[in-house]
Ligand binder design. Structure first.
Ligand SMILES: Nc1nc2c(c(=O)[nH]1)N[C@H]1C(S)=C(S)[C@@H](COP(=O)(O)OP(=O)(O)OC[C@H]3O[C@@H](n4cnc5c(=O)[nH]c(N)nc54)[C@H](O)[C@@H]3O)O[C@H]1N2
Ligand SMILES: Nc1nc2c(c(=O)[nH]1)N[C@H]1C(S)=C(S)[C@@H](COP(=O)(O)OP(=O)(O)OC[C@H]3O[C@@H](n4cnc5c(=O)[nH]c(N)nc54)[C@H](O)[C@@H]3O)O[C@H]1N2
Ligand code: SF4
Ligand SMILES: [Mo]
Length: 688
């Protein structure tokens, strides 16, 4: 059979790289996916997960028809039904809930399982606004860090990654780039070939630590102290750019006084980083230009995560790096693509714009305690039964008999166990959509590569048709995908001028018109119009107005600090059901320092149970030196429904619904546990 292609596509996953893909087909079926070599950032390289994306697309377990639950919740027992039946049932039940309890009794729960603008935050928003539903605060990922970054810089945007090839010093801070942002690694490798040094700061020796030139292990949640210690040294040794500070920053004198309290010896005590290393790092950072800091998501999944990122964001201002192409810092760049989201989402349709907001990190409490109660839950682009914190509470809430739960997905995820109705979703290959990246500066148009499979429907189609069944006659529910993309692009933002539907269609992608050094090219969006070392807004909120370190408080009897990050071969819980990726990851393990293992008489490779007051999780232990004493590390969100032989590893049974200091973000990594041999008496695995 003749191979056809390449067809242009975009990787839809929640990954900074937002790669451009080349797809090849035979007999109408995708047979190969590669990185698009024409795309200026992707340059032909993609990760292993997506190189085998056809395995996920044609996975034998892909959902092809709507289904209705037959047995009790908590089991995967469904019968097929038609779309008409599914729509009629949803419309009936939702109408009854609206009549009795009002719109706030309905809650959408979604995240970025598909990053397409229309399929992640488009027609769905119109639908839930028109319904008058509760708002969902989508804070599970980067909320704390983004908010922290904004207190310093006024906007959640940083350096253009393409310029970072010029950096001579890279500080990769709380980011496992080798697994989570591979094209940033490719830029770093290019820079390294020109003599750049790569420093990596993390709480365990991950893949990125092995790749970096200098790995600095640090105690979790203490990075702000390290940054303040660096500032102490840089200011004391006059390794700062006074002209830049005078012109562009606010509060320097107060900062100078403040960092006196962070001499290297004290910071060493807080962070576990030796004083000599703190001095060496500060001198390196103070003396090297361009220098670039890649701020990851890891260090902001803590109780004090917002302030940590706010503090790191102050460093480039001290050495004037925001004025140098290739220098500066990057936490996220989503803000540059200022699409016209009001036109896309139509918040004006909401009959009660002041309706309550539910924080997605507190889904468990919301389902069990919210007043008025949540009576209907719509889940799409997310898998909360696995990814949300305090999983046992979430599952307990999802088990409620009086809750209508509708789940739209490609697979029978863990969340589907609790669904009344399961609806089959298209893969992104089947959809027209617009993609922006939260890292690089290209917008991309995605045209379908294959037609919808089985009876699958895109999120766009689902919510458009459901609006019809609900009797919503507002003209915006007639819009096509193309019309909505045009509306999104119709924005006064100077960064999007000249970017049209036609041009995107012709080229596949277009770069935003972001000037070099955009963050200092106009008054900043902070109250003072400057980069704020001192924030009066934070002061008014009762937080430290200056960048600061506040120690994590362990108020539990459990001594070990658990960091449960993502793994290399899954994308959050996505790919957790793809055999090749499961095999590549082998099995979930917990890594532990030899000292902690000895104290508990644990042997390498045996099964252990991690537990705290919220729940328990059984894993195999790997004993070594890649984690610090007192810290235990797991990677990956492993399916409970993971197919043959899969067992249940509910790592989020241990994490908490507590919110971070800023942005109401998730605090996955401020978790404390004890570990014991699995056969010893203790809480059982998976309480629900
Ligand atoms: N392969 C793969 N790629 C992914 C994902 C995936 O699941 N798999 N997920 C995607 C998503 S949604 C996101 S948000 C990003 C996340 O990707 P990253 O931004 O890399 O964030 P994490 O992997 O969560 O954490 C990064 C590192 O922070 C470390 N860390 C934890 N606490 C601290 C601390 O207090 N200080 C310091 N210095 N380090 C700390 C962790 O050990 C971890 O190695 O990756 C995206 N890309
Ligand atoms: N312990 C711990 N927990 C974590 C994290 C951690 O590091 N540690 N990371 C957190 C972070 S940063 C994030 S971002 C979240 C991510 O959590 P989620 O956003 O829930 O991400 P996924 O687990 O990938 O689930 C996405 C789901 O969307 C489905 N999907 C994909 N495309 C479509 C589509 O077009 N339509 C519909 N209807 N469905 C689709 C996929 O099949 C998948 O089941 O997890 C968080 N949870
Ligand atoms: S998951 Fe990330 S690295 Fe892999 S293809 Fe998609 S965007 Fe690129
Ligand atoms: Mo995330």
């Amino acid at each position: 059979m003749a191979t056809k292609g390449p067809y242009r596509s975009v990787c839809p996953f929640d990954c900074p790289d937002t790669c451009s893909l080349s797809v090849f087909k035979e007999g109408g079926r995708i047979i190969r996916v590669t990185g698009n070599s024409d795309h200026p950032v992707t340059k032909g390289a993609i990760c292993q997960k997506v190189r085998h994306l056809e395995a996920r697309t044609y996975h034998p377990e892909r959902l092809m028809r709507p289904m209705r639950r037959r047995g009790p919740k908590g089991r995967l027992d469904f019968e097929p039904i038609s779309w008409d039946e599914a729509y009629a049932e949803i419309a009936d039940k939702v109408s009854a809930i609206l009549a009795t309890y009002g719109g706030e009794a309905i809650l959408p729960y979604s995240f970025y399982g598909n990053m397409g603008v229309l399929n992640s935050e488009g027609m769905d928003r119109r639908f839930f606004h028109r319904l008058g539903a509760s708002h969902l605060d989508r804070t599970i990922c980067n909320a704390a860090g983004s908010e922290g970054f904004r207190y310093t810089m006024g906007v959640n945007a940083g350096s253009d990654p393409e310029a970072t090839v010029n950096a001579k010093l890279w500080v990769v801070w709380g980011a496992n780039l080798v697994s989570t942002n591979m094209h940033q690694v490719l830029y770093a490798n290019q820079a390294r070939a020109e003599g750049a040094t790569i420093v990596h700061i993390d709480v365990h020796e991950n893949r990125t630590a092995h790749w970096a030139d200098w790995f600095i292990p640090i105690q979790p949640g203490t990075d702000a102290a390290l940054a303040l210690g660096m500032m102490h040294v840089m200011i004391a040794e006059d390794l700062v750019d006074h002209a830049f500070i005078d012109q562009y920053t606010y509060g320097y004198a107060a900062l100078v006084e403040h960092v006196e309290a962070y001499p290297p010896e004290r910071v060493a005590h807080i962070t576990g980083v030796p004083a000599s290393d703190i001095i060496r790092l500060a001198r390196l950072y103070g003396a090297t230009s361009p220098s670039f800091i890649r701020i990851g998501n890891g260090l902001q999944h803590h109780d004090n995560g917002g302030m940590i990122v706010r503090t790191l964001a102050c460093l480039p201002a001290l050495t004037g790096q925001w004025a140098i192409a290739g220098g500066g810092a990057l936490k996220g760049n989503g803000a540059y693509a200022a699409l016209n989201m009001d036109a896309v989402q139509r918040p004006d349709l909401h009959p009660n714009p002041g309706a309550r907001t539910i924080n997605m990190n507190q889904l468990g409490d919301a389902l069990l305690q919210a007043v008025p109660p949540i009576k209907a839950l719509f889940v799409y682009n997310s898998n909360p039964a696995l990814v949300a914190p305090d999983q046992n509470r979430v599952r307990q809430g999802l088990l409620r008999d009086d809750l209508l739960t509708v789940v739209h997905d490609l697979f029978l995820t863990d969340t589907c166990q609790f669904a009344d109705l399961v609806l089959p979703a298209t893969s992104h290959f089947e959809n027209l959509d617009l993609y922006k990246s939260y890292w690089h500066l290209y917008l991309q148009l995605h045209e379908p590569v294959i037609p919808p499979m089985g009876e699958c429907k895109a999120n766009f189609t689902l919510f458009k048709e459901l609006a019809h069944y609900m009797g919503f006659t507002d003209p915006c529910f007639q819009d096509t995908e193309e019309e909505m993309i045009r509306q999104a692009l119709d924005t006064p933002s100077p960064y999007l001028q000249g970017i049209t539907y036609e041009a995107l269609r012709a080229h596949g992608w277009m770069k935003l018109n972001v000037p070099a050094c955009p963050l200092i090219s106009e008054p900043m969006a902070t109250p003072s119009g400057k980069i704020e070392f001192y924030s009066e807004r934070l002061e008014r909120l009762g937080l430290s107005p200056l960048p600061d370190h506040s120690p994590l408080a362990n108020t539990t009897p459990y001594p070990l600090h658990l960091i449960s990050g993502p793994n290399h071969h899954f994308l959050n819980s996505t790919f957790g059901n793809v055999a090749r990726m499961q095999q590549a990851e082998r099995e979930p393990v917990v890594r532990m320092h030899e000292k902690d293992a000895l104290a508990r008489k644990l042997r390498d490779g045996e099964l252990v149970t991690l537990f705290n007051d919220q729940g328990a999780c059984t894993l195999r232990v790997r004993i070594g030196y890649e984690v610090l004493p007192g810290v235990v590390v797991t990677q990956g969100l492993w399916w409970g429904n993971g197919g043959a032989g899969a067992s249940y590893h509910p790592i989020n049974a241990l994490t908490s619904q507590r919110l971070s200091d800023m942005g109401d973000g998730a605090t996955f990594f401020s978790t404390w546990v004890e570990v014991k041999k699995t056969h010893a008496a203790g809480p059982s695995v998976g309480d629900v």
